[in-house]
Write a protein that binds this ligand. Structure first.
Ligand SMILES: Nc1ncnc2c1ncn2[C@@H]1O[C@H](COP(=O)(O)OP(=O)(O)O)[C@@H](O)[C@H]1O
Ligand SMILES: [Mg+2]
Length: 274
C-alpha cells in the first residue's frame, strides 16, 4: 500500500535479505530514506553494512524482500540503473586519480566538451570551484592534484561531485572511518550541507559519536539483522552507543579500561616521583 510519487520515501527497503552461498549477510532488514534526512546505518565489522549499501547501489541484488524507489519497486542489474534514478554511492576508496587535478576528478567520466571534442577546461574548473564553495569548501587551487588534498577534503569532493550530477540519494560508506577528529568534522559538516540541500543521505559508520549528532534515523545491524531502528527522538546517544556495543559487553569494557587507565596513571605518578 505504498504511495507512488511525491509522498513516497526516496528509498524503502522492506524485509530485505541477502545470502552469499550459505553465509547469511543480511536478513529481514527495513530501511527508509527521506529527502532532507540523514539515515545512519551502524554496526560492527561483518554486520552487513556494505552488503546493504551494495544492494541500494545496484551492485548486488537482494534475495528476499522489496526495494522501492519513490514508491516503485525496483530490481537493479547494475549501479548505472541506480544512478539513473538519482542514487549515488561514494565508496571508501573514492575512485579518484590522485595525480589528476581536482577539477579533472570532479568531472571524471562526465567530461564537459566543446566543439571537436575538445575539453571545456575553463567550464570544468569554474564549476568545480563553485560547487565546492557552495558546500562551504574553499579550495584555493582546483588545479592541484587530488592526491594533495586531505582525506576529508577528498571525501567532500566526491560528495560534491555526486550532488552536482543530480543525486537525490547519497550513500556514503564509512566516509569518516580513516579520518582524524578534525577531518571527520569537515566531512560531517558537509553531510549536513547535503541534507540541507534536500538530499536523502545514507551514512554508514561504526562510530556512534559521528552518527548521533547528524542522524535523523538510526539502523543498527548485528550479524546481518536489525537490532534497532529508531528515529532520533526515540533514542539517546548513550542508548545508541550501548546498542552498538551490545550493552553489557560495553559496560564491562568501560570498567576494564577505566581500571587500566587508573593503573597507568598510578605507574606514571610513581615514575615521576621516584
Ligand atoms: N562477496 C562475499 N562473499 C561471501 N561472503 C561475503 C561477501 N561479502 C560479505 N560477505 C560476508 O557477509 C557478512 C557481512 O559483510 P559486510 O556486508 O561486508 O559487513 P560490514 O560492511 O558491516 O563489515 C560477513 O559475514 C561477510 O564475511
Ligand atoms: Mg563494510
Amino acid at each position: 500500500m505504498s504511495a507512488v510519487g511525491a509522498d513516497a520515501p526516496l528509498v524503502r527497503l522492506t524485509g530485505v535479505g541477502k545470502n552469499y552461498g550459505n553465509v547469511i549477510a543480511l536478513r529481514d532488514v527495513d530501511l527508509q530514506v527521506d529527502a532532507g534526512q540523514v539515515t545512519c546505518v551502524l554496526g560492527d565489522n561483518g554486520a552487513g553494512k556494505s552488503t546493504l549499501i551494495k544492494i541500494i547501489a545496484g551492485l548486488h541484488r537482494h534475495d528476499s524482500g522489496t526495494y522501492e524507489v519513490e514508491g516503485r519497486e525496483v530490481v537493479f542489474d547494475s549501479p548505472r540503473q541506480a544512478l539513473d534514478l538519482g542514487i549515488a554511492t561514494v565508496y571508501q576508496d573514492l575512485a579518484m586519480v590522485p595525480l589528476m587535478p581536482v577539477w579533472r576528478n570532479f568531472f571524471l567520466g562526465s567530461e564537459k566538451r566543446r566543439g571537436f571534442g575538445r575539453l571545456d577546461v575553463e567550464y570544468m574548473r569554474r564549476t568545480t570551484r563553485a560547487e565546492l564553495a557552495r558546500m562551504g569548501i574553499d579550495l584555493r587551487d582546483v588545479d592541484q592534484p587530488v592526491g594533495t588534498l586531505s582525506g576529508g577534503e577528498r571525501q567532500c569532493v566526491a560528495i560534491a561531485r555526486a550532488v552536482h550530477f543530480g543525486a537525490k540519494v547519497l550513500v556514503l560508506d564509512e566516509p569518516t572511518a580513516a579520518l582524524g577528529v578534525k577531518q571527520a568534522g569537515v566531512v560531517l559538516r558537509y553531510i549536513v550541507r547535503a541534507r540541507e540541500q534536500g538530499l536523502g543521505v545514507v551514512f554508514i559508520t561504526h562510530n556512534p559519536h559521528h552518527a548521533y549528532p547528524i542522524g535523523d534515523r538510526f539502523l543498527i545491524l548485528n550479524r546481518g539483522r536489525s537490532i534497532g531502528y529508531h528515529t532520533k527522538d526515540e533514542i539517546t546517544r548513550d542508548q545508541l552507543i550501548s546498542l552498538m556495543a551490545g550493552g553489557a559487553e560495553l559496560e564491562e569494557l568501560t570498567h576494564e579500561l577505566q581500571a587500566a587507565a587508573r593503573g597507568l596513571a598510578g605507574e606514571t605518578e610513581d615514575a615521576l616521583s621516584s
